[in-house]
Design a protein around this ligand. Structure first.
Ligand code: CA
Length: 240
């Protein structure tokens, strides 16, 4: 039997920490709690949690800095991090994702959304960069969408579709982390070097083109308002 997953909640407000812990416990996840960023970093290193729930506004180090340091530390480099942010703080969300957070939940959060995001982050744990030797060759998002880096091809339902170099690089950036939002800057950075220039203004145009070419799977590329894009996790999608 698999061991019980553990979470570390880094949150200065006791009520919110209790609420998160309550929902985690119902999912069979044990949690520990740190009330400050510094304490959170110490505990993350000591406990090696399976997931970190990180508040953005903390009394000492803010969540962005904590996230950055967790990503720098060898022990927590690949630990999923879900950030808690205030609703509407899109700039904070963008900074959080760019500092290495996998996903975010806005406060006040619904239990359903929180649990779904945490489950998703836990499930995707093995997909961290470097976790799979196959990753450099093939990103199989699901049985329906296959992005083949080696052959530079994309297949939808086993039918090959033609993408431009830019479109391919953009789809790959999203397909590497299905279910997680990528900011516009992250997408631009991953396309950089593929002999094309992608700007903030043209990114939407390319996304529209990719969606059209993906046909039925087009809506799987979701717009995350004010933040970026996400390729929805197709793992549960029907295959026929
Ligand atoms: Ca706080």
């Amino acid at each position: 039997m698999a061991r019980t997953p553990t979470a570390l909640i880094i949150e200065d407000e006791q009520d919110i920490a209790n609420l998160v812990a309550f929902h985690l416990r119902r999912e069979g996840i044990e949690s520990s709690h740190a009330k400050s960023g510094r304490r959170g970093l110490e505990m993350a290193r000591a406990c090696a949690p399976d997931i970190v729930v990180l508040d953005l506004m903390l009394p000492d180090l803010d969540g962005i800095e904590v996230c950055r340091r967790l990503r720098e530390d060898h022990a927590t480099k690949h630990t999923p991090i879900v950030m808690l942010t205030a609703r509407g703080s899109e700039t904070d969300i963008v900074h959080g994702i760019e500092s290495g957070a996998d996903d975010y939940v806005t406060k006040p959060f619904s239990a359903r959304v929180l649990v779904a995001r945490l489950r998703n982050a836990l499930r995707r744990r093995g997909d961290a960069p470097g976790a799979s030797a196959q990753e450099s060759l093939l990103t199989r998002v699901s049985g329906r969408l296959v992005v083949d880096l080696d052959r530079h091809t994309v297949e939808v339902d086993r039918t090959s579709i033609a993408l431009t170099t830019t479109e391919f690089a953009m789809l790959l950036a999203l397909a590497r982390r299905p279910g997680f939002v990528r900011t516009r800057d992250q997408i631009i950075a991953s396309v950089h070097g593929s002999n094309t220039v992608l700007s903030q203004r043209t990114i939407d145009v390319h996304i529209t083109a990719i969606r059209r070419k993906l046909g039925e799977l087009g809506p799987a590329i979701e717009t995350v308002r004010g933040v970026g894009y996400r390729l929805s996790d197709l793992a549960d999608a029907p295959t026929d």
